[in-house]
Ligand binder design. Structure first.
Ligand code: GLU
Length: 338
């Protein structure tokens, strides 16, 4: 869909394109007190109309890429988004990109884009926990905060950021932690990149050099399955994933990315057959490091470092799509924190 200009404003303001995909931020209920709502009912134009002063921050254009709850996001949508952002970012008259998105899988889309977008222009993802018709809907404030971040000079070169609840998160670490609360997004290991204050965005640390991977050419991306570990687990789900054609397996392991002997043995067996096995953890905090409880060197496995299971899956998919398949080269990518 073509971009349409929102308002005739001073050409000295930065130009931002808002790409909308759906989610609660675009949600509407038929009563202000109602909990249930349709997740992609409101256009980005209407959302911005509810943000006082937006026209003083930027000239804003809009494009709708999808209108879905983010539980339905697919790698095909990721590729469409990434291609369109790449085209727009290459234009001299576009200064930054905003992506509106449901919160459920925002962290996965954020990491996919962070890994594959080579542009230095700011790309900010934003959503809301309350639909636009709710009492104290958080969408307008989050959109305003996202505009403040997208137009901040220190936002360049940081890859993809997620902005909700006046907090700026990096794509690698950010995760949704609460099913209901507006402070749901946290960066549990590395901490937030910064905050949005009444005076504007404030960054707590400088950006770090980023290495990107080539954008995969087509969907579907290689199948990578996540297997959640639990007490009394056996290898049934690992075997089922391999039978279904998985080229990678992510263990959402107990503790330090561990699991019952039979499960680790099944992962090692799969690794011998060329199915890349990554050990992540079901714990919300802390890295999974190599060769502590599990002998990764001997078994041909990869430790997820600071990537949670969902992030580990996205990273492994992008690596496999780029032909990165040996445990050593996959491990180097998992060791990165940029
Ligand atoms: N499940 C929907 C989604 O992720 C709504 C949740 C939200 O956006 O907060 O798009």
């Amino acid at each position: 869909m073509p971009a349409s200009s929102s308002s005739p404003l001073s050409s000295s303001l930065p130009r931002i394109v808002i790409l909308s995909t759906g989610g609660t931020i675009a949600g509407a209920a038929d009563a202000r007190s109602k909990g249930g709502y349709n997740a992609a009912a409101v256009s980005a134009q209407s959302l911005i109309a509810a943000v006082p002063g937006a026209e003083e921050i930027a000239r804003i254009d809009f494009e709708q890429v999808a209108a879905i709850g983010s539980q339905d996001i697919t790698d095909a949508v990721w590729l469409t988004l990434a291609r369109r952002i790449t085209e727009l970012a290459a234009r001299d008259d576009v200064d930054a990109l905003l992506v509106t998105h449901g919160t459920d899988t925002m962290e996965e889309t954020a990491l996919f884009l962070h890994l594959t977008l080579a542009t230095d222009k700011p790309v900010v993802m934003v959503g809301a926990m309350r639909p636009s018709t709710a009492l104290s809907g958080d969408g307008p404030a989050n959109l305003r905060a996202a505009l403040m971040v997208a137009t901040h000079p220190e936002s360049r070169g940081r890859g993809v950021m997620v902005v909700l609840n006046d907090t700026i998160h990096g794509a690698r670490d950010v995760t949704k932690t609460s099913t209901t609360q507006v402070e749901t997004f946290q960066s549990p290991n590395l901490g937030p990149l910064g905050y949005v204050t009444p005076n504007g965005a404030v960054f707590l640390r400088p950006g770090t050099p980023r290495i990107t991977l080539p954008l995969p050419e087509s969907a579907p991306l290689p199948r990578v399955s996540i297997v959640h570990a639990y007490a009394g687990m056996d290898d049934l789900l690992i075997k089922a994933a391999i039978d279904a054609g998985a080229r990678g397996l992510v263990l959402a392991g107990v503790g330090d990315g561990n699991a019952a002997r039979t499960v680790i043995a099944a992962l090692a067996e799969a690794a011998k057959a060329g199915v890349v096995g990554v050990r992540a953890s079901r714990c919300p905090l802390g890295p999974v490091l190599r060769n502590i409880e599990v002998s990764d060197d001997a078994l041909g496995l990869v430790a997820a470092g600071l990537h949670n299971p969902a992030k580990a899956r996205v990273l492994l998919q992008v690596l496999l799509a780029n032909g990165v398949t040996t445990p050593t080269t996959v491990q180097s990518a998992f060791d990165r924190t940029d």
